[in-house]
Design a protein around this ligand. Sequence first.
Ligand code: ZN
Length: 423
Amino acid sequence: MPDDNAFDLIFRQAALPGEARPVDIGVRRGRFAAIAPVIAADAPEVVVGGRAVLPGFVDSHVHLDKACLLGRCGHLQGGLKAAIAAVSAMKRDFTVADVHERGAQVLERAIAKGTTRMRSHVEVDPRVGLRSFEALKALKRDYAWAIDLSLCVFPQEGLTNDPGTEELLVQALQNGADALGGCPYTDSDPHQQIARLFALATRFDVDLDFHLDFDLDASWMHLDEVCRQTKAHGYGGRVAIGHVTKLSCLPPQAFARAAERLAEAGVAVTVLPSTDVYLMGREATQDVPRGLTPAHRLLARGVTCSVATNNVLNPFTPFGDASLLRMANFYANVAQVGPEGFDACIDLVTALPARLMNLRDYGIAIGNPADLIVLDAPTQAEALAGLAEPIMGFKNGRQSFSRPAAQLHAPSQPRAALRAVAS
Ligand SMILES: [Zn+2]
């Protein structure tokens, strides 16, 4: 008979969101097996000491295939179009080994910053073929000990205007792609692209994730068409749209109507603060707009939202450490979210992207995989405000990283000498 009180590991005094007092968390065979004020059992222990514990960050939108390219192309000032063109030219020379090496750099940073689940978009078209996809499939296997990587293949440079792309997407979907992305704003026939992608998604039974729009002209948008197709295909809860920067410049009533349509259709929104703030509003000479869609306001209107990394150290975003705590902090700062909204900002990089990605086994609950991180702060809100470091992380009950606390090295001087200096 298995012993119900036997654990492989016990975390002591973990501060969980919503719990008034720290709790103990027992792990058995890689899964959470008990959560209680005190677990009276002997097992190897990790003393959390009242620090904030989360089930790891969930990055719902990253581009591993085109990360870490700055050294190759220099710095560009041309905005979105120049960034797409620069990567388009470079990706002809991408090799599987090259993409694997750059993607690994981002994954290792993400793991060490506490991310346990990630969706990476990966470009598939006649210029790069399936090379980036093959590299990311290898990364998914190579780093499964620390992170669950989901692969979303997509046509960055258009579908209906780029012959051969759809056939490559089909090959990827037949060979391990987890989700299908889109980019109607670069297509010569955006609505036809949306229709083709819904047809492929339903054929392969995968979720959809569009780069929907990326400008500040609210006189037109594809949002209604995506909501319409989502309802027509019964795909509510399986469609996400990213950037959607047009929503950032809608007046309140139009914003409320858009939020209502998204919530009703079951379409989720991902905001990419670093890229959006870096690329939007470049035509302005003063009073530069933020160009950042207020995810917390959509959330308050019933829309599933996430905040994510997008690009790391490339022409789209020459910044990045793959830290979602930093990104949530940056979002809160730019979107003018005060302390009353800090818990919601943590939700935007944890439970909400898990919902967006339909990760049904995410969270610190009995039976789920024992994934957790410990932040060097007493609450998640304080961790967000002060950018507390994640000091350790576990995946399926096995430790995946540790970060010793920084030590200050003050000069050691005898007290008498100090007094002499003071006088
Ligand atoms: Zn993106």
